[in-house]
Ligand binder design. Structure first.
Ligand code: ZN
Ligand code: ZN
Length: 441
């Protein structure tokens, strides 16, 4: 059950890749086994010299594993300080934003190692702390909920806007399959959404390679090829939390994080579908309402983006329209100002993209290439709903009208060129937005 998959042999290695780059994988060891709590102190000791550790957790993950990990470390001779990530008011779970990070940074005393015990928010806040203090960190994962455990980037909200910061991957990661399986179901369902995003994000990445000559690494895209069928073709097993499917999902999430580190960008795992989720987060913050889990929103975004790809790649000869690339103030309100620089950077990509697509034979060459990487919205939505994960707008607690607004405006938040932009360039969007939301959301 916890046998290594082939790609995991790359952990801790530096190697020359077929893509022309030399990749260094910072993550050196994964301990995914029963009894990971007891084994955590020895794992940490293998990677740091000092014995002062700051254990970061929230009230829920403290109960699940954090308190016991701290106790084990202390009895192994470590000086342990516990950093509790505060819930927001009314018992709402914490978020990764600048306000929370500052509070934690002020509470962090001298340490040789940061040890987050938790999932997305706790891990990201810890990665940020570790980066600021130039400290290593070891991750203790408590749910198969997202692919950021092993990645090098943080996705914080700063002044209300979702940003992307580059930091470091953990040197090692520990997790217990029993703890992962016992996590609230929504979290596992979120992990499934995050990992299914790949068919869109990898296609977007390839698109940037074909249009602009950006780096692209097939090896990092294929890291999870062996294990993908174990959940993709058996979502019912995931729903039943069979060890085989849970194990595959968790490992796929870790490897997707590694793929981002290898690539030196989040592009292999974050394209237009993630921008839909980020835009939903920003709207929630603006309106003071809760949003759903990252991966659950990403899953819904992946369904919509897959339909966009299908329609775009079906266009025989596109009539290129250079779309507007400035943030819509009527939609974003005061957040629009924060997005202006990202939009300007994107505007600069529109012209070369249009020029490239207008060259004789280019469109057919590009669409044939991309077609090999995409999945149909039926496949994505079918997998999500059979697994009992979020597949439609109602599942993530939003109206179709809200999702429609996001589909029309998500491309404005980041400079990254994705299917959301290509669909505008070839004239599919904004025309088809209503129809797509009506059918797929
Ligand atoms: Zn994600
Ligand atoms: Zn490569």
């Amino acid at each position: 059950m916890t046998r290594k998959v082939k790609s995991e042999e790359l952990f801790g290695k530096t190697f020359a890749c077929e893509c022309g780059k030399t990749h260094r994988i910072e993550l050196r060891e994964v301990l995914f086994a029963r009894g990971a709590v007891e084994k955590a102190p020895a794992l940490c000791a293998r990677f740091v010299k000092g014995r002062r550790v700051a254990v970061v957790m929230d009230v829920r993950t403290r109960e699940v594993a954090g308190a016991e990990v701290s106790r084990r470390l202390a009895s192994d001779g470590w000086t342990v300080s516990e950093l509790l990530v505060p819930d927001r008011s009314h018992g709402h779970v914490p978020v990764c934003d600048d306000v929370t990070q500052k509070k934690l940074a002020a509470a962090l005393g001298p340490a040789d190692l940061i040890l987050p015990v938790g999932s997305g928010v706790v891990t990201d806040l810890s990665r940020w702390l570790a980066e600021d203090r130039k400290l290593p960190f070891v991750s203790f994962a408590t749910a198969a909920s997202m692919n950021g455990y092993t990645s090098s980037n943080v996705a914080p909200t700063i002044s209300g806007v979702k940003r992307l910061m580059w930091a470091h991957a953990p040197v090692a990661l520990a997790a217990d399959p029993a703890i992962i399986a016992a996590a609230p179901w929504e979290m596992t369902a979120s992990g499934l959404g995050d990992v299914l995003a790949k068919s869109v994000s990898a296609t977007d990445w390839r698109l940037n390679h074909l249009l602009f000559g950006d780096d692209y690494c097939a090896r990092s895209v294929n890291l999870i090829a062996d294990i993908e069928p174990l959940y993709l073709e058996h979502p019912d097993e995931l729903k039943a939390r069979s060890p085989r499917a849970m194990d595959a999902l968790f490992r796929a999430l870790l490897l997707t994080g590694v793929a981002m580190t290898m690539a030196g960008t989040s592009a292999p795992a974050s394209g237009g579908e993630h921008m839909i989720s980020h835009a939903l987060d920003m709207l929630s913050l603006r309106d003071g309402v809760e949003h759903d889990l990252h991966g659950r929103q990403v899953g819904v975004g992946t369904v919509l983006a897959s339909e966009l790809y299908r329609r775009v790649l079906a266009v025989e000869s596109p009539e290129l329209v250079e779309p507007r690339t400035s943030p819509d103030e009527r939609f974003w309100g005061k957040l629009a100002g924060e997005m202006t620089p990202e939009c300007s950077a994107k505007a600069e990509r529109m012209r070369p993209a249009a020029k490239k697509l207008a060259q004789r034979g280019e469109w057919d060459r590009i669409r044939a290439d991309l077609a090999q990487l995409t999945r149909t919205p039926e496949t994505v939505q079918g997998c999500l709903s059979r697994a009992g994960a979020a597949a439609r707008a109602a599942d993530i607690g939003i109206s179709k009208a809200r999702l429609l607004g996001v589909l029309l405006h998500a491309h404005e938040i980041r400079s990254r060129f994705t299917i959301l932009d290509l669909a505008r360039l070839v004239g599919i969007m904004p025309k088809a937005a209503d129809e797509i939301v009506e059918r797929w959301a």
